[in-house]
Design a protein around this ligand. Structure first.
Ligand code: DQA
Length: 148
């Protein structure tokens, strides 16, 4: 079972970027631990600072047989109708995640342009947001498969 984690702009710097907001733990290390904890899942990791590349990753994920996507679109969350359109265009579920609680921050971060196309949103649990998103995706997929 292949699931893709897609990180958007500035998220290659998790661990060193504004640690008081995003924490100081390394994303690569977290991902290694996550992969070990969910050894039956093939977790692919992609990151880009470019909106168009993120859109390409979503289509690529579906075309390559991934069953779900965990997406932290960074600041594009609040601006990108193009990303929303791509999320709506694909048939596999997308969970929106954020390290910080976007609703407890500046007002321009309160709105998500992409949330309406997503299965759900997990925001504010630091790196654990990604694990919670994975759990949510797996529960959803199990539920869908049991009905088939
Ligand atoms: C973020 C929240 C966004 O508002 C911000 O632009 C980011 C990170 C988060 O994970 O908390 O880059 O998506």
């Amino acid at each position: 079972m292949r699931i893709v984690v897609v990180n958007g702009p500035n998220l290659a710097r998790i661990g060193s970027r504004e640690p008081e907001i995003y924490g100081c733990a390394s994303f690569d290390r977290f991902l290694d631990d996550l992969r070990q904890g969910y050894s039956d899942v093939e977790l692919i990791y992609l990151q880009s600072n470019h909106e168009g590349a993120l859109i390409d990753y979503l289509y690529q994920a579906q075309d390559e047989g991934c069953v779900g996507i965990i997406l932290n679109a960074g600041a594009y969350t609040h601006t990108s109708i193009a990303l929303l359109d791509a999320i709506r265009a694909i048939q596999i579920p997308v969970v929106e995640v954020h390290l910080s609680n976007i609703h407890a921050r500046e007002s321009y971060r309160h709105e998500s342009r992409i949330a309406s196309g997503c299965l759900g949103v997990i925001t504010g649990f630091g790196l654990d947001s990604y694990r919670l998103a994975l759990e949510a995706l797996l529960a959803k997929l199990q539920c869908v498969n049991s009905k088939e």
